[in-house]
Design a binder for this molecule. Structure first.
Ligand SMILES: [Zn+2]
Length: 245
């Protein structure tokens, strides 16, 4: 009888331990609340408009090689774009932040540390994002109105916390992501983008990171071809203003 009771107690304890482990796994290991973002309020992947406009965006800069090369090609085509800057990069290259701003492009916030795991904690994420807001404000006199989450992953909780600060979360047109950071050949990237191009899209590229050559060529090819089809290239905030037009 005692043996049977002990056996039952053991089974109950093992069962409880199993449930505890499972709940810890769900809470801390599986990204249960971090989902690709289209269904979350305050998250904009693209804009509905019939006007021939597209917003090009550049992530992970500023970078002493990539950013000037991107600025040069944008200037060649008289295109405006949005740069989602990493705070620690902006701190390292303040002149590039000022230059992007002075050349008429928009600067968005891409987090100070660009850490995927940190942004699962809303208060830590907000502190990191606020630090970048302050830094960009000190350098340009303008507080970014846009935040792009690293990897495009964001929780509803963080999106709502950002809404309270009047910061809109910008992802991108998923169909147009060529993963340019892996440097696929420019003709393949441009071919894909030109095939799927539609008004109101937000295109993602990277001016930060190594080997930006194929990205620069892709942007050059896309700007030339899309302009010949009548497209204009605007900042993300300008694109949002055109919603429904
Ligand atoms: Zn990034």
């Amino acid at each position: 009888m005692i043996l049977l009771l002990r056996k039952r107690t053991c089974i109950v304890i093992l069962g409880l331990l199993f449930l505890l482990t499972l709940s810890l796994l769900v809470r801390f290991v599986l990204p249960c609340k971090t989902v690709p973002s289209t269904a979350i309020p305050n998250v904009v992947p693209e804009v509905k408009t019939s006007t021939l406009v597209i917003a090009m965006t550049f992530d992970d800069g500023p970078d002493p090689e990539g950013t000037p090369a991107v600025l040069q090609v944008l200037s060649k085509h008289q295109a405006k774009a949005t740069f989602f800057m990493i705070g620690k990069q902006a701190e390292k290259y303040p002149d590039l932040v000022r230059r992007v701003h002075l050349e008429g492009h928009e600067i968005g916030n891409h987090g100070y540390l660009h850490s995927y795991s940190l942004y699962r904690n809303v208060s830590k994420a907000m502190k990191d994002i606020e630090e970048t807001q302050n830094l960009i404000y000190r350098l340009t006199g303008r507080r970014p109105a846009l935040y792009r989450p690293p990897g495009g992953y964001i929780s509803e909780e963080l999106a709502l916390a950002l809404a309270k600060k009047s910061i809109t979360v910008i992802t991108w047109s998923w169909i147009q992501d060529t993963k340019d950071w892996r440097s696929p050949p420019a003709d393949i990237q441009a071919g894909h983008i030109l095939h799927y191009a539609k008004p109101g899209q937000i295109l993602i590229f990277h001016d930060g990171g190594p080997n930006r050559g194929e990205t620069i060529k892709t942007v050059d090819m896309c700007l030339a071809k899309l302009a010949s089809q009548g497209y204009r290239f605007v900042t993300v905030s300008e694109l949002i203003q055109m919603k429904g037009n």
